[in-house]
Design a protein around this ligand. Structure first.
Ligand code: URA
Length: 233
């Protein structure tokens, strides 16, 4: 790869800013000042900018504990004017490349996975892959244990052609449950409980596939995924 391209890939610099810094002698490759933007380098080359080592930004895989009143969207709109995007909580370079793998509503909290690897993200969001998502749900009214059955059989949501895929309901109390679903229709969890005449008062995502929200992460905090977590998807 050309050195000026490497600089753009590893910093927020534009091509012309990179060239200017190269000309000024700010960049060393393997300890030698290099001013030629076309100089070929590899990912293994030791490249320093003003003495600081640079690494090309590869794919990033992030888990975030989403707080309430944040958006899983990078688009502007009426809600976006009211609430910040979760992407703004990440202090990383090239954040415009990042995408959210499975959105949550503004008032939903918990596990959000963020990446710039489109294929990995697709394995989470594609309905064909049936990736599981587990939610902790608080309800306005007590729920009877007989609700396990309709969730397991599939619930007909208003405006949908087919019922939902079988979902697993576990009781914590009569107004707090864990629900595991294997798809991600718009407002799915809230609509499933609404179809049974109940209402969700709090919704928190705990797990996506085998990836569980790290209990060390406070609301608004994030960390990179481990190799094992990345490979589990
Ligand atoms: N289902 C919902 O209703 N809302 C969410 O944020 C996620 C799943």
């Amino acid at each position: 790869m050309r050195l000026d391209k490497f600089l753009c890939e590893s910093t927020e610099l534009t091509r012309s800013e990179s060239k200017r810094l190269l000309k000024a002698g700010s960049v060393t490759v393997e300890g030698i000042i290099v001013k030629n933007p076309a100089c070929k380098v590899s990912d293994d080359s030791e490249i320093l900018l003003d003495g600081a080592p640079l690494n090309r930004v590869g794919f990033r895989y992030i888990m975030l504990n989403k707080p309430v009143d944040t958006l899983c969207s990078t688009l502007s709109g009426t809600e976006a004017e009211r609430y910040p995007s979760v992407i703004e909580l990440l202090d990383v370079i090239k954040s415009d490349r990042l995408r959210i793998a499975g959105r949550l509503d503004a008032d939903t909290t918990g596990l959000v996975l963020i990446t710039d690897d489109g294929q990995w993200s697709h394995r989470i969001t594609s309905p064909v892959k049936k990736c599981s998502k587990r939610y902790r749900v608080e309800l306005a009214m007590p729920l009877d244990h007989s609700a396990i059955e309709p969730f397991a059989e599939g619930i007909q949501l208003h405006g949908e052609k087919k019922p939902t895929r079988p979902a697993q309901l576990e009781f914590i109390s009569d107004q707090e449950v864990l629900l595991t679903i294997h798809e991600g229709k718009y407002h799915q969890v809230k609509r499933m409980f609404a179809a049974l005449g109940n209402r969700v008062t709090a919704l928190h995502r705990e797990q996506i596939g085998a990836i569980t929200l790290d209990p060390e992460l406070e609301a608004g905090e994030w960390r990179y995924l481990t190799e094992e977590e990345i490979n589990s998807i």
